[in-house]
Structure formats: structure tokens, C-alpha cells
Write a protein that binds this ligand. Structure first.
Ligand code: ADP
Ligand code: MG
Length: 348
């Protein structure tokens, strides 16, 4: 669907590996004081003084995690960085550097990799991080991209999944289910395009949900907001797999239970209308959709006045004793045990 017939096609082999790396990374600037040496030697050199370091990595595989028929490479580069930064913020840390490794088949011209790196550069500029290295190799089939993100956090300021206590409030940033519904729309338009290649999809009515799928943001702003509000969550996780499975992670790792209120789950109007159009239950989508990259955290009841009126935050439930279990309290006031359905990758 998204193709540019005017683009030129320079063979990667014309540049050679070192020429390619140099070409792709020549614009990257160093802005973090902790980066002593970035790209160009056998290893990067970092100095964090007395800070603690967090490290996280993700591997994205074409055909498993992304589909290039509707994912522009520029967005893919952006998203590959952002999903890693989201994990750094979920530790209550400041993201500072990333490394980017790619495996590419000869199906990709240089111009495609330039697009990928333009997205990486945009993310680096917006989130103020340095790209300090990576690896480049060939692949016999599709594209693989692996990003490792590094961040810093003062001792005792990191937030784990393990600190939730009974009676804590369960809070989520933003809204849920949009990335999954955006994917449903893109998959539908791809199927239409296969039958009729001249069709031009009108994605305007779905702009928000499609953007949430193709160009997600990490909630750096929420980490800043919580600091400004002087709220320190007792536990935190980012929502990559769906609300349900992330709540279960918090509960199991903190040894607590939970009541989640269906009517408190934040949904964008476009998610509700698209769910109606696809005849899918919006609660199911929020619980199991995934890829929302919002932050899910628990706070003590004493913090309620500081967060209750904030438009970026929704209180969606309460933590309980572990023996009381994990439940969804429905609009009809029935209690349904939470299940981790997920939907990704390993579900045949
Ligand atoms: P080595 O032979 O030690 O693996 P490389 O020639 O692969 O070194 O890399 C040279 C420099 O370029 C290193 O600083 C490395 O981190 C960086 N680099 C290699 N590939 C990439 C890439 N795809 N993106 C960003 N930096 C890269
Ligand atoms: Mg190398």
C-alpha cells in the first residue's frame, strides 16, 4: 500500500559494510554528558558517575512483529526505538542511549535503510538520547532490527513490578486498545488492496488508532508528571501485551490481588466506534490488545488527591490481598477472573 515508485534503488553492496554504517550514522550527534565515546570504535564508552544503570533490549522480526506492506520503514525505525524507551521509563529511569542492530536482505536498497535510520534519528532527537553503536549484518530472508536501550536512575528511585500493596490504587496513563484496533483497520485495508490494487484506503476516520499502531510514543511525560506531583508509584510496568497480562504480572510479582473496574478503563471514542464497526467488545480489546505502551502503576491511597483530577491518569482499580484473586468487575457488577490472553507471536 505504501510505496514510492520514484525512489532510487542503490544496492547496499555498492557501499560495503563500513560505507553503509558510516552513511547511515553520520548525522547522529552526541548530546548526553554520560556518552564519552559513541559510534566508531570497538565499543562505546559511558560514564554515569554514581547513577544506577538500566538496560533493556527488544528484537523485532519482519513477518512476526511488523508487516512492511503497511508499516513505513521510517515509522518502524521510530517504533523500534520507542518501544525500548518505554521499558526504561517503566523503571522510573531516564533514557540516555540506544544501540541499533540490523540484519538486512539484499531485497532492501540503501534508500530503504535511509528511511529506517531517519525514523531512528527522529526518535533520538525527540526523546533526547544518543545512538552509540550497533551491528550490521545480512539476512537471507527479511529484516531484523534489535534495539538496546540504556538509562540512568538514582539509587532507590527505580520502580519494580514487585512493590504493589493491598489497598493501593491501580492507575494507567492515556487510553487503551487503540493500537490493536489500528492494526485491525490496516489488516482489513491490506486485504482489500490485495483484491483491488487500485483502491485507495481512506484512513482519515481512523487517524488516531492507526497512528497509535504505526507511531507509538513512550510516556516519558508521565515520569516527569509523577515527579512534579511528588508521587512515587509502589510498582510499575509498561503495557506492551495488554492490560490483563500486565496486571497479572504486577499481582504475581507483588503477591497481591486486584479488582479492575470495567467502567473505569480509558477508551478513546475512535476505539469505541471502530469496535462497534468490527463487532468486537471494547473491553476485550483493552484487556488483550497490546502495544499501547502506556504506563500501569500502583500508588498508595495517600496519593489519591494528587492524581485524581489529572486528565492523563485513570484510576482503574484497587489492589487486594493475594488470596482474593484478580478480577474484572463488570458494568453489570459481576466478577470475572482476569486471564492473560495476549494475542501476539506465540499464539498459532
Ligand atoms: P565490529 O567489527 O567491532 O563489530 P563494526 O564495524 O560492526 O565493528 O562497527 C563499527 C562501529 O559502528 C561501532 O561503533 C558499531 O557500534 C557501529 N555500528 C555498526 N553497525 C551499526 C548500526 N547498524 N547502527 C549504528 N551503529 C552501528
Ligand atoms: Mg559489527
Amino acid at each position: 500500500m505504501i510505496e514510492d515508485k520514484n525512489q532510487s534503488h542503490t544496492k547496499i553492496s555498492d557501499l560495503g559494510e563500513f560505507g553503509l554504517i558510516d552513511h547511515l550514522t553520520k548525522n547522529f550527534k552526541i548530546t548526553q554528558s554520560s556518552t564519552i565515546k559513541g559510534i566508531g570504535d570497538d565499543a562505546a564508552v559511558l560514564n554515569f558517575d554514581d547513577k544506577q544503570i538500566v538496560v533493556t533490549t527488544d528484537l523485532l522480526v519482519e513477518g512476526v512483529h511488523f508487516d512492511l506492506s503497511y508499516m513505513p520503514l521510517k515509522h518502524l525505525g521510530y517504533k523500534a526505538v520507542v518501544v525500548n524507551l518505554s521499558d526504561v521509563y517503566a523503571m522510573n529511569a531516564k533514557a540516555t542511549q540506544v544501540t541499533v542492530s540490523i540484519a538486512v536482505s539484499n531485497r532492501f536498497p540503501l534508500e530503504a535503510l535511509e528511511d529506517l535510520y531517519a525514523g531512528i534519528e527522529t526518535a533520538a532527537n525527540i526523546y533526547n538520547i544518543d545512538v552509540i553503536g550497533g551491528d550490521t549484518t545480512s539476512s537471507n530472508t527479511g529484516l531484523l532490527i534489535s534495539v538496546t536501550a540504556i538509562g540512568e536512575v538514582n539509587a532507590n528511585e527505580e520502580i519494580y513490578r514487585t512493590g504493589a500493596k493491598p489497598d493501593n490504587l491501580l492507575v494507567v496513563s492515556g487510553d487503551l486498545g487503540a493500537a490493536y484496533m489500528g492494526l485491525q483497520v490496516l489488516e482489513r485495508e491490506k486485504a482489500v488492496f490485495k483484491v483491488n490494487p487500485n483502491s485507495q484506503p481512506d484512513l482519515e476516520p481512523y487517524n488516531y488508532i492507526v497512528e497509535r499502531q504505526l507511531k507509538p510514543e513512550a510516556r516519558k511525560d508521565i515520569i516527569t508528571l509523577l515527579k512534579d506531583l511528588e508521587v512515587k508509584p509502589t510498582s510499575m510496568i509498561d503495557i506492551s501485551d495488554g492490560l490483563s497480562s500486565e496486571i497479572i504480572h504486577l499481582c504475581k510479582q507483588s503477591d497481591v490481588g486486584c479488582d479492575l473496574y470495567e467502567d473505569k478503563i480509558p477508551l478513546d471514542p475512535q476505539v469505541i466506534s471502530t469496535c462497534e464497526e468490527f463487532n468486537i467488545d471494547s473491553t476485550t480489546v483493552a484487556l488483550n490488545g497490546g502495544e499501547d505502551y502506556e504506563l500501569l502503576f500502583t500508588v498508595s491511597q495517600a496519593d489519591f488527591p494528587k492524581i485524581k483530577a489529572n486528565p492523563n491518569l485513570s484510576i482503574i482499580g484497587y489492589m487486594k490481598e493475594a488470596k482474593e484473586g484478580m478480577h474484572l468487575v463488570t458494568r453489570a457488577d459481576s466478577r470475572i477472573p482476569l486471564k492473560a490472553q495476549g494475542w501476539k507471536n506465540f499464539n498459532a
